[in-house]
Each structure stands twice: as C-alpha cells, then as structure tokens.
Design a protein around this ligand. Structure first.
Ligand code: B1M
Length: 208
C-alpha cells in the first residue's frame, strides 16, 4: 500500500506534519491501525535505527524521527486501545534511570491499555524510588521496566531489589531491545516480554 511506504519515507525524512496527515489518510482509507504502525511507522524507524548504527544519521535526525513516530502513534492510539475499559488491574510503567528511550515503552503502555489495564506512565529516566512510590500509591499489580541501553539494564536490578526490600506484592516485568529472558531471570524479575503485544498479554495473565 503506497500510503504506508510514504509514511515510512516521511518518517525517515523527519516530516512530522506529513507523517500525521498520512497516518490519518491511511486510517481514512480503512487500513488497520496495527498495519499502519508496523508497516509504516515502525518500518521507517527500523531504517533510521540501522542508519544510526552505521553512523549515517545522528542524534538530531533520530530525535525528529522519534517525534514523528510518537505523533503518529498518538493518532493511532484510540484504534489500538480498542476496548480500553479500565479496572482489570494496575501497571506502573517507565523507562529506567539514565535512559531516555520511550517509543517501545509507549507502545507497551498502549497495548496494555487496550487490554483494559490501568497504566500509570512515569515517563523516562525513572529512579527506583519513583517506581516504588508510584507502585505504593496506586497499589500496582505490576511494575513495567523498559531499557534500551546496555548501560542502563543494571537499573532494572535496582528496581527488583527495591521491590523485594519494600516487601511489595507487585510483580516486575522487564523488556526493551537489549533485554533477554536470561537477563530477566538473572536479576530476579518476574516476567520478560519481547514485544508490546506479548507484554500486554503477559500482564493480563499475571493479574488474572
Ligand atoms: Co538511542 N540507542 N541512543 N536514541 N536509539 C539505540 C537503542 C542503539 C541500539 C542504537 C545503535 O547504536 N545501534 C544504541 C544502544 C547501544 C547499546 O546500548 N548497546 C543507542 C545509543 C547508543 C544512544 C545514545 C547513547 C546515543 C548518543 O547520545 N551517542 C543516546 C542515549 C540517550 C539516553 O537514553 N540516555 C541515544 C539517544 C537516542 C534518541 C534520544 C536520539 C532516540 C530516542 C527517542 C525516544 O525514544 N523518544 C534514540 C533512538 C530512537 C534509538 C533507536 C534508533 C530506536 C529505538 C526505538 O525506539 N525502537 C535505537 C536503535 C534500534 O533499536 N534499532 C537506539 C523502536 C521501538 C518500538 O522498539 O524500544 O525495542 P523497542 O521496544 C519494543 C521491544 O523492545 C519491547 O516492546 C517494544 C515494541 O514491540 N519493549 C518492551 C520495550 N520496552 C518494553 C517493556 C516491557 C516489555 C516489552 O515490559 C515492561
């Protein structure tokens, strides 16, 4: 579908307005929100990620592409969060201390909301103390941690340890590109999830 390729192209070029208009156009054409996300926005982000790795583009370009991604997913949000009935359980989610990547975390949040979970999003660069405080205040069932840097992954263990120290009843779920099931086990996290959909399904299973 031409419009999906165009979304990917304009995201790579950092054209926020065009991406927003094209996402709306794709919805108007009856294309499924999930296809717009995966074959348009994420496909474009993959190309940017590859170029970033190869030093073909740099932080400013990636930031603008990420802005396109976040603005595009905001438009898709009501369609991804279909039933959106809250009350099945509460998740406190955030990107760990020192880490500013939030695209994956935002997707996990949306998918969880789509499963009817109440999600409290603490944003990025969240300290263990902030996770603990929010979990206590909201009587959270799950704390969800996202990390995209190998250097910030150890922060996940700090949160797991803090949960144990405080004797909280909530489970800890971890994810993010460098995180593995093996790492999750090693740090004592309760659940690892590879992508946003399985994170949401896993959260429902844990709470259920
Ligand atoms: Co960053 N960055 N970045 N970056 N960046 C990576 C992660 C990197 C792999 C690029 C590279 O070199 N190849 C690399 C990390 C290398 C490493 O640690 N081994 C890297 C680096 C080095 C850096 C900086 C240090 C660069 C610099 O300044 N020199 C810097 C660090 C800043 C900081 O955080 N302190 C930096 C900065 C940035 C930007 C700010 C420019 C921007 C972030 C903007 C934003 O997020 N708002 C950015 C971006 C966009 C990327 C890449 C290109 C894309 C990440 C992304 O959003 N992917 C990335 C390269 C890449 O991944 N190809 C890269 C799409 C997203 C949907 O995937 O987040 O994996 P992901 O989420 C998935 C799953 O992992 C899972 O579900 C999601 C959807 O299926 N998931 C969970 C995520 N969280 C989960 C939580 C769960 C469960 C599942 O449970 C709770």
């Amino acid at each position: 579908m031409a419009v999906l390729e165009e979304i990917s192209t304009q995201l790579q070029a950092g054209k926020v307005k065009d991406v927003k208009a094209l996402v709306q156009q794709a919805l108007d054409e009856g294309i499924q929100a999930r296809d717009i996300l995966e074959k348009g926005l994420l496909a474009g982000m993959d190309v940017v990620g590859e170029k970033f790795k190869n030093n073909e583009v740099f932080v400013p370009e990636v930031l603008i592409a990420a802005r396109c991604m976040n603005k595009g997913t905001e438009i898709l949000r009501p369609f991804l969060v279909k039933d959106g009935v809250e009350g099945k359980g509460t998740v406190v989610i955030g990107t760990v201390s020192g880490d500013l990547h939030d695209i994956g975390k935002n997707l996990v949040r949306m998918m969880m909301e789509g499963k009817g979970l109440k999600v409290i999003d603490l944003g990025v660069d969240v300290t263990p103390a902030a996770f603990i405080q929010a979990a206590k205040e909201n009587d959270a069932d799950i704390i969800g941690l996202s990390a995209l840097l190998t250097t910030t992954m150890p922060e996940m263990k700090n949160v797991v340890d803090a949960v144990k120290k405080e004797g909280l009843r909530c489970k800890v779920m971890v994810g993010g590109a460098p995180v593995t099931a093996e790492f999750a086990k090693e740090i004592g996290a309760d659940f690892y999830s590879e992508d946003a959909t399985s994170a949401a399904e896993g959260a429902v299973a844990i709470i259920g």
